[in-house]
Design a protein around this ligand. Structure first.
Ligand SMILES: [Zn+2]
Length: 466
């Protein structure tokens, strides 16, 4: 007897043959897919403990969002219209948080991702990130995995000016206040990878420094040491190495620490790259994670189409979710098409199927998880979403991949299954009380704002100006 059976859906597998079943089924045993096919192939004597009729739905793999920022869900919109958003984010993360902030935010962000169809998410702790303390990452994991999502999260050396001033709170009680040095991050990064992996099957701790390559505030020697140290920890524990990189960062790494440029390294958002950088990426297999909604696009261009043509590995990410972004990857596949087609003045470049792969099987490959997730195939983990297409903006429903990429939105996701467990059923969470989670998130934000004591961040003086 199967544990779960989804029937009568349009199945889009995203496997390497691009297999689709117009009236199909997917069967699950334990945490894995055990059968998949056309309804006519369903065995006569089948039985299942639970069956979901997916008439009017697409059945497809859960999305993989390979880059976002833990903390951002509780600082969305804050400081909008004012200069210095990065400084505000750093002050909040370093001086105004406690364990409950990171736990409640982890649950809120993971819930948003799940409701938009993302079953695997990657989060860097903070912006740059906060990595002198173990607690923010541990609390983030606690909140995120309680929702049912598969969560990869990590820390590594931050960037920016040192020493950074830090405070650590419990509610309205200040527990500690100190200066942060880059060296503090090395020890905490290794401790995190060592202690936070293996606690839960859906919790994977990675190494995620704020930026690698040529950080402008640091000397060449400090950058070389930083790049090597981050690579050493990731290699020692066999986990992905994920970071931001811009401008000449790739050339810097290639010149001084070429060993770090491997397919286990992923670089987001990759704006301002030269021709030489593209050649280096193509020859080493290091990944580019393109976030079309990122603020960095105001400073530079990410040459996605050129990189794909030249053999660079590229995935699409949300960069969720502050100051103005969303965890809705459906927006980002569409935004990727728009940006690349606009830049090339050509509506014929990049296909809908390719960008769909760039939020499913391609990021799974980047994270070393493509044998387990990223497509619907027998033997893989049952990370499955269903999309309700009996809605005016999707109906009459033909050409599934084209229609979904151009017209679907996160809110169209109806059911979400992670490792065979139904975590969202008809848009209702099954593992926790959504109202309670939202109230806890608001309370955690209220506490953070009390510590920040800057009522002006909630007022945009430039709201109706040009
Ligand atoms: Zn980012």
């Amino acid at each position: 007897m199967w544990d779960l059976l989804l029937t009568h859906g349009i199945v889009v597998t995203v496997d390497k043959n691009h297999t689709e079943y117009n009236d199909g089924f997917v069967a699950v045993q334990g945490e894995r897919i055990c059968a998949i096919g056309h309804m006519s192939e369903l065995p006569q004597d089948y039985s299942a403990k639970k069956q979901i009729d997916c008439t009017g739905h697409v059945i497809m793999p859960g999305l993989v969002d390979a880059h976002g920022h833990a903390g951002h869900s509780l600082i969305r919109s804050l400081g909008d219209g004012k200069p210095g958003w990065e400084d505000l984010a750093q002050t909040i993360y370093y001086e105004c948080t406690d364990s409950e902030f990171w736990r409640a935010e982890g649950a809120l962000a993971a819930s948003e991702r799940l409701k938009f169809g993302t079953t695997t998410g990657v989060s860097m702790i903070g912006s740059t990130p906060r990595s002198e303390l173990f607690e923010p990452l541990a609390s983030h994991f606690e909140g995120a995995v309680s929702t049912g999502i598969r969560e990869l999260a990590g820390i590594g050396s931050p960037y920016g000016v040192f020493p950074k001033h830090a405070k650590w709170w419990n509610g309205q009680t200040l527990l500690r206040e100190y200066d942060v040095t880059p060296e503090m991050a090395y020890a905490t990064t290794e401790q995190s990878v060592k202690e936070l992996n293996g606690i839960h099957s859906r919790q994977i701790c990675i190494v995620a420094p704020g930026r690698m390559g040529h950080r402008p505030d640091e000397s060449i020697e400090a950058n070389i040491e930083h790049n090597r140290k981050m690579f050493e920890i990731a290699s020692k524990y066999g986990v992905p190495l994920h970071t931001h990189a811009y401008d000449d960062d790739v050339e810097f790494m290639h010149r001084y620490t070429p060993e770090v440029l491997t397919p286990m390294l992923s670089l987001t958002h990759s704006t301002g790259y030269s021709d030489e950088a593209i050649n280096i990426l193509a020859s080493t297999g290091a990944w580019v994670f393109h976030g079309p909604s990122t603020n960095m696009h105001t400073k530079g261009h990410c040459p996605v189409y050129e990189m794909l043509k030249r053999g660079v590995n590229v995935a699409i990410v949300s960069d969720g979710s502050a100051s103005s972004r969303s965890y809705d990857l459906w927006r980002d596949v569409k935004n990727t098409l728009l940006l690349q087609r606009f830049e090339h003045r050509n509506t014929g470049i990049l296909s809908c199927g390719k960008v769909l792969e760039m939020v499913t099987i391609e990021p799974a490959r980047a994270l070393g998880l493509d044998k387990e997730i990223g497509s619907l195939e027998v033997g893989k983990k049952a990370d499955i979403i269903t999309i309700d297409y009996r809605q005016p903006h999707l109906f009459p429903f033909q050409m599934p991949v084209t229609r979904l990429v151009n017209h679907a939105m996160g809110q169209d996701v109806d059911n979400v299954i992670v490792e065979g467990e139904i975590v969202l059923h008809n848009r209702h969470f099954t593992l926790f009380d959504e109202d309670k989670m939202l109230d806890q998130a608001k309370e955690a934000q209220d506490q953070m704002l009390w510590r920040l004591n800057r009522p002006d961040v909630l007022i945009n003086d430039r709201l109706y100006t040009l």
